[in-house]
Design a protein around this ligand. Structure first.
Ligand SMILES: [Fe+2]
Ligand SMILES: [Fe+2]
Length: 270
């Protein structure tokens, strides 16, 4: 787990990352949106456990949470969700109906607390309304991001992610060409179906994101992107269908990755 940080007056980031040896670092963010009815967006990775809960409690008393918005039921988004819901008895779980039902095959989802969402729905959270949106690329068809209609903040689930050279809090610190390549490679790897897309239809999908006029992009897999341009990000995604498809590591490459993870044995004393 990395140190939480504030990315906007009402947005806190609960970040962690996954190191992929020889490849880079994948940021994994949960977010806390301090609406009048506070919303936790996703719940970290299981390996962080107590650390995630402590980080959350350092920002807000979990009993004050009113919503947990789960963008999708992948393991890197659901790590502490069961424990969060235990600690936040007043929170409802906003997610897709099928995410809730599928998760109930591996943990006892309190289905009576689930609020089923789908793209286009609007969820009032006190002082503002959240609009459920489909991210343009995704690795899970249940993925549902959200637009904060009050501020224009777009929480884009896995879309606009990137495997970076090192962990950072600001995507603006990553050289532009590095970020472009990393975002394209991530998109190709996590949405391999992008390579068989009808280009015109995909352009319409990206236009749909443009029409949301987001002021900020908060991706689950990118540092909380201050000062980055939506138009530039959309152009990167637009290039994905014609980019070189991602090739997964071979056994030899995987073995090299694992070798760098194994601690070097200590040099014996003379
Ligand atoms: Fe995912
Ligand atoms: Fe993810």
């Amino acid at each position: 787990m990395d140190a939480p940080y504030q990315a906007a007056p009402d947005v806190h980031v609960l970040p962690t990352h996954l190191t992929l040896p020889t490849m880079g670092v994948l940021p994994i963010n949960a977010y806390l949106l301090l609406a009048e009815e506070p919303v936790l967006i996703d719940a970290g990775i299981g390996a962080d456990g107590d650390e995630f809960l402590e980080a959350l409690a350092s920002i807000i008393d979990p009993t004050a949470l009113r919503w947990v918005w789960l963008t999708h039921d992948d393991a890197d988004h659901t790590g502490s969700i069961e424990r969060v819901l235990e600690l936040a008895p007043h929170a409802r779980l906003a997610t897709r109906a099928f995410s809730a039902l599928r998760m109930s095959s591996w943990w006892p989802v309190p289905l009576h607390r689930v609020h089923a969402i789908r793209a286009g729905d609007r969820l009032p959270v006190g002082d503002r309304t959240l609009r459920a949106v489909s991210p343009p690329l995704y690795d899970n068809p249940l993925s549902t991001g959200l637009l904060d209609e009050a501020t224009g903040a777009l929480f884009s689930a896995d879309s606009f992610g990137a495997l970076l050279p090192e962990a950072t809090q600001d995507a603006g610190e990553v050289p532009e060409d590095v970020l472009t390549g990393a975002m394209r490679a991530w998109a190709s790897s996590e949405s391999p179906w992008a390579h068989v897309l009808d280009r015109q239809r995909f352009a319409q999908v990206l236009d749909g994101v443009r029409r949301l006029e987001p002021t900020r992009i908060f991706s689950s897999h990118l540092p909380a992107a201050s000062g980055t341009s939506l138009e530039r990000f959309l152009q990167v995604l637009e290039s994905v269908p014609d980019a070189e498809p991602a090739v997964p590591p071979s056994q030899e490459e995987f073995a090299r990755m694992v070798a760098t993870m194994v601690a070097t044995p200590p040099v014996p004393a003379e």
